[in-house]
Design a protein around this ligand. Structure first.
Ligand code: AMP
Ligand code: MG
Length: 491
């Protein structure tokens, strides 16, 4: 039996300047580290066959499966605010698209599979650490219910990659609703290629926003729809303490999925100004700056769409500005609704926003752990359980003062403490991929070829909303000497 991928490729049928046809570069000794069996089944793939040596060769890019049409996608992008007219897949190759059991079309892409015409000075490869990191965090995001690319497999290549030190090479198989980015539109806009922009927009509408095909002004509706998904996505990031780290326009997905896990991180102690990425010196992509940057990126998308909006450029700009002005309301609605759920409110009432902000302010001042404060708050909805919340605060009385007002607000609703706790535990995870745990996984894998911690972490994070007593230590924040202060790009 050979591995069969039911490919149905559409992106590679777009005009030739959308991509470069290029096959993965074979590697020495592929070894399967992890296969996401449930995702394989969802995609209509046979996990047993993918686990064979032939499957590992495919997942490492050593063998191209039948029906694949391997391409590197062209895109541009603003990196930290500076425009680069050509980026593109420099170390990723799209094998093709499959339509899953749920009827959704998804890209299957190898990341780290060798150089492409877009590699510039890069080697086209990925190191094991960043591959494991992306596997862990993307699958954790999925389990948290947040739109994201997925990880189908991680393989080691049997070849070293040269970074600051020599590291084991690896390939990640990434699955995405598509890999079309704001930067993909920018690639054509930078070349004045209006036909390219239109062809891309039509492809995106058919693929991601089929409902707007019949809209009176489909391209305006497209911008509005992407704004809606990004506003919702970024609100969800904030609600779990996630910091993307490199919100460049080339890392901003048109489908509304979280994409390109580089120096991303979840915060432990709540700090709106938190930055982890070593290259984000100005804090452009700090936790609380993410909505503002989201709007900045969407404004770049709107600029690309202007020629499709109106032949009169001034009118086109006016129309774009009107649509962009929807972002703050959409974001705030999603974020505030999420916060209300986190503190156990079933209704929206006057004063909620200020009350919740007071909690967040007290948490910041007291370096309270973001995840554990909200998780324990569910237990505190009744008469007991407050002790665990208090313990998150440097000055526990800061919580007591707030808790009195919170209980008065809860009393306005009929739900029992048990109902409230269940609702709160369904939105406040017990487990997130904490940086120090990810670092420990990467150390064990890279230094000792040991994947036991990797497997255990993935198992815990697959059920983030369930208390898992045997794994309770995974909810602990880092000890002072375990604290990760900086994270690095996946290059
Ligand atoms: P990223 O920081 O992963 O979003 O990547 C930014 C750009 O650099 C993209 O065009 C990547 O394809 C490219 N790139 C990153 N790492 C490598 C590498 N090792 N080899 C070639 N290109 C790379
Ligand atoms: Mg990228």
């Amino acid at each position: 039996m050979t591995v069969h991928f039911p490919f149905q490729n559409t992106y590679s049928a777009l005009p030739a300047n959308f991509f470069a046809r290029v096959a993965p570069t074979p590697v020495a000794a592929p070894r399967l580290i992890k296969l996401n069996r449930s995702l394989a089944v969802q995609l209509g793939l046979d996990p047993d066959l993918l686990s064979t040596p032939e499957g590992a060769e495919i997942l490492a890019g050593k063998r191209v499966p039948d029906g694949a049409d391997p391409i590197a996608m062209a895109y541009a992008g603003h990196q930290f605010g500076h425009f680069v007219p050509q980026l593109g897949d420099g170390r990723a190759i799209l094998l093709g698209e499959v339509v899953g059991k749920d009827g959704v079309r998804r890209d299957i892409q190898l990341k780290g599979s060798g150089p492409t015409p877009f590699s510039r000075r890069g080697d086209g490869r990925a190191a094991l650490g960043p591959v494991l990191r992306e596997y862990i965090v993307s699958e954790a995001m999925f389990a948290l219910g947040i739109p994201t690319t997925r990880s189908l497999a991680a393989v080691t290549s049997g070849e070293p990659v040269m970074r600051e030190t020599v590291l084991p090479g690896a390939v990640l198989t990434r699955v995405a609703a598509s890999h079309i980015r704001v930067g993909t539109f920018q690639f054509f806009a930078a070349r004045g290629d209006t036909n390219g922009i239109r062809a891309l927009a039509d492809h995106v509408i058919a693929r991601h926003y089929p409902d707007i095909r019949s809209a009176e002004r489909p391209y305006h509706a497209l911008l509005s729809a992407v704004i809606g998904r990004q506003a919702d996505l970024i609100a969800r990031w904030l609600l779990v303490g996630f910091i993307h780290g490199v919100m460049n326009t080339d890392n901003c997905s048109i489908s509304g999925e979280t994409i390109d896990y580089g120096p991303c991180a979840f915060m432990d102690a709540y700090n709106p100004g938190q930055v982890f990425s070593s290259i984000d010196e100005m804090g452009r992509y700090a936790y609380a700056n993410q909505p503002r940057i989201g709007l900045w990126n969407l404004t770049r998308l709107a600029e690309c769409l202007l020629p499709l909006f109106n032949d009169d450029n001034d009118k086109a700009i006016e129309e774009a500005q009107f649509i962009l002005s929807e972002f703050p309301d959409k974001f705030t609605a999603a974020y505030q609704a999420g916060l209300r759920a986190k503190v156990g409110f079933f209704t929206a009432q006057d004063g909620d926003e200020a009350l919740i902000q007071d909690l967040l302010d007290a948490m910041a001042k007291n370096e309270a752990d973001f995840t554990n404060t909200f998780r324990h708050l569910g237990n505190a909805a009744g008469d007991d359980g407050a002790a665990d919340v208090r313990a998150q605060f440097m000055e526990p009385s800061a919580f007591d003062e707030w808790a009195t007002r919170w209980h008065a607000r809860l009393a306005l609703e009929p739900q029992t403490p048990a109902e409230r706790k269940a609702a709160m535990h369904a939105v406040n995870p017990a487990f997130i991929p904490r940086n120090h745990r990810i670092e420990a996984v990467i150390q064990a894998a890279t230094m000792n070829d040991d994947y036991a911690l990797f497997e255990e972490l993935i198992t815990v994070l697959a059920k983030p909303f369930e208390d898992q007593p045997p794994f309770a230590a995974y909810a602990d924040p880092p000890l002072p000497d375990q604290r990760v202060l900086r994270t690095f790009c996946g290059t």
